[in-house]
Ligand binder design. Sequence first.
Ligand code: ZN
Length: 241
Amino acid sequence: MDPRVREVIDRSKRVVFFGGAGVSTESNIPDFRSESGLYNAVSKYGQSPETMLSRTFFQNHMETFYDYYKNNLIYREALPNKAHLALAKLEEEGKLTGIVTQNIDGLHQLAGSKTVYELHGSVLRNYCVDCGAFYDLDYIMDPEHCEGNIPKCETCGGIVKPDVVLYEEALDDQVINGAVNAIRNADTLIVGGTSLVVYPAAGLINYFGGKDLILINKSETQYDTRATLVINDSIGKILGE
Ligand SMILES: [Zn+2]
């Protein structure tokens, strides 16, 4: 771990980590909001990722939604990187009280983290919209359980929808409250791999009233002036061994 970050953590009691897409890209999960993500979506589907990942599009173009979703948001071979592992270790040490993430890949839990607020849900959880039955990722990816690309409930035949917050959908209240409380009670907030422009990131950061704000991002953010420490580098490199 970078000694500047370690020094702050050593004198902290309640560290919270807030992470964005940059945490996942270092596990080779591309950011669909990036320039190349937009280019790929528009050239293949003629639509932006934001359009295809909206509630309206899900309802009206379900077959295309699932085609895009399965081919662009699911990376089953991805593994936790040094950042995920370092954060899990900090929680085990009793330093870190929670992770707030905008990512939907479940890699923090795979690394061993326990308290994770997934603002945008998780691709690992899927539910039948009619009877509420739970299905894992393997189920919805298996063509045997799908009509075309659309996964169907084996009990009632309903559509199985990922527990991922689509554009136009509200965030889960419980998750938001948990994230707000964690941030409010933190004495150190580490923000990594996000430019803090994606909703609701910027708003949540405003709840932080602790001593040290650390920003680790490859490029500058609008919050740099408020931080005690700004590092423009790879999150895995800075947090890792
Ligand atoms: Zn069902």
